[in-house]
Design a protein around this ligand. Structure first.
Ligand code: NAP
Ligand code: GDD
Length: 333
């Protein structure tokens, strides 16, 4: 029997890398997208003839149940979420509905249709919040600091609860921050790489940022989707921490990004209190030993390489855009 995967959040950063990864492994890949008035398929345009897309929403229980009954997946990866921590203070209820209760809706849909379906929940290091120990491991208590973190903690525990109550193969990957050229522009890494490219090309002069002292354990998203898949291939469902085991300041990311294009960051970065959070997660650092030993998983891309890859990508993208606009302008002149 062939493997059939259903990915919620396939239009997002991780969804696009996971779809590529599973196609390589020979899976039949299905993805959920939600109806939107603008095109949200930018990250998966190159895959649309290889995957099947279905319109559904984590807010709509019936649509999830119908879809699972129809396509009969062997594995479900729940990557859909209101995933931006900053917005979760503006929309705490929506964040709870999608990022928290959405997990239960999907688990219920699976339980109603077939409890042998394997389930991956995209849990988050944001659940550690005001950290109780460093580095953070699978046994570190949660102390979420944002409505997003609280919703993820709820979704994580529901996943554990369905595993324990119904003997389902359900597990939560507690992933630390992972980035890529496909990262949304609102997240700090991509905001910086995009701004550095704009400044280098003369399209902007400054970038406004918040807390440069926050520390994160940053890896490459393309490496992390393999860990998601590995978690669903074990004999038993177990939750794992996935990260690099290294932590850097937002300021370090800024420094490397500006260095890459030969500019002095101090001349272009403006600290703007608007980007400070009501409650900050000051330090995240993973202890990924369990995943390394039991899943044989290790990140491949270094922090420096990640920053430089993102800056190079945005430089190329924006140069191409600028060239096209110039050609159009010259033609119409
Ligand atoms: P992302 O790029 O923001 O993607 C989120 C996806 O969720 C998008 O496809 C989005 O669809 C979809 N979505 C949002 N609301 C939905 C709804 N009501 N119903 C159905 N789909 C909905 O996030 P990501 O970085 O790929 O992260 C993937 C998952 O991992 C998320 O759950 C995130 O919280 C979690 N996570 C991420 C990280 C990280 O560092 N990236 C770390 C730990 C955990 P649209 O395209 O329509 O917006
Ligand atoms: N977004 C943003 N914008 N963050 C800023 C800025 C800014 O202008 N200036 C400083 N920061 C700081 C934030 O205060 C935070 O401490 C850090 O940069 C990282 O912010 P984000 O890139 O928005 O990511 P996050 O760590 O809050 O959340 C991401 O990682 C989680 C895993 O720990 C998201 O991907 C979540 O979905 C994920 O669960």
């Amino acid at each position: 029997m062939s493997n059939i995967a259903l990915i919620t959040g396939i239009t997002g950063q991780d969804g696009s890398y996971l779809a590529e990864f599973l196609l390589e492994k020979g899976y039949q890949v299905h993805g959920c997208f939600r109806r939107s008035s603008t095109n949200a398929f930018e990250r998966i345009e190159h895959l649309t003839d290889k995957i099947e897309l279905h319109c559904t929403d984590l807010l709509d229980q019936a649509s999830l149940e119908r879809l699972i009954a129809k396509i009969k997946p062997t594995e479900v990866y729940n990557l859909a979420a209101q995933s931006f921590v900053g917005s979760s203070w503006d929309q705490p209820i929506l964040t709870g509905e999608v990022t928290g209760l959405g997990v239960t809706r999907l688990l219920e849909a699976i339980r109603m249709v077939d409890t042998s379906i394997r389930f991956y929940q995209a849990s988050s290091s944001e659940m550690f919040g005001k950290v109780h120990e460093t580095p953070q491991r699978e046994t570190t208590p949660f102390h979420p600091r944002s409505p997003y973190g609280v919703a993820k903690a709820y979704g994580h525990w529901m996943t554990v609860n369905y595993r324990e109550s119904y003997d389902m193969y359900a597990c939560g990957g507690i992933l630390f921050n992972h980035e890529s050229p496909r990262r949304g522009l609102e997240f700090v890494t991509r905001k910086i790489s995009d701004a550095v490219a704009r400044i280098k090309l003369g399209l902007a002069t400054e970038v406004r940022l918040g807390n440069l002292d926050a520390r994160r354990d940053w890896g490459f998203a393309g490496d992390y989707v393999e860990a998601m898949w590995l978690m669903l291939q074990q004999d038993k469902p177990i939750d794992y921490v996935i990260g690099t085991g290294e932590t850097y300041r937002v300021g370090d990311f800024v420094q490397i990004a500006f260095d890459r294009v030969g500019l002095n960051w101090e001349k272009h970065v403006v600290i703007d209190p608007k980007f400070y959070r009501p409650a900050e997660v000051d330090l995240l650092l993973a202890d990924p030993m369990k995943a390394q030993e039991e899943l044989n998983w290790k990140p491949k891309m270094s922090f420096q390489e990640l920053v430089e890859t993102m800056v190079d990508h945005d430089l190329q993208r924006l140069s191409a855009l600028a060239n096209t606009s110039l050609k159009v302008l010259r033609k119409s002149a």
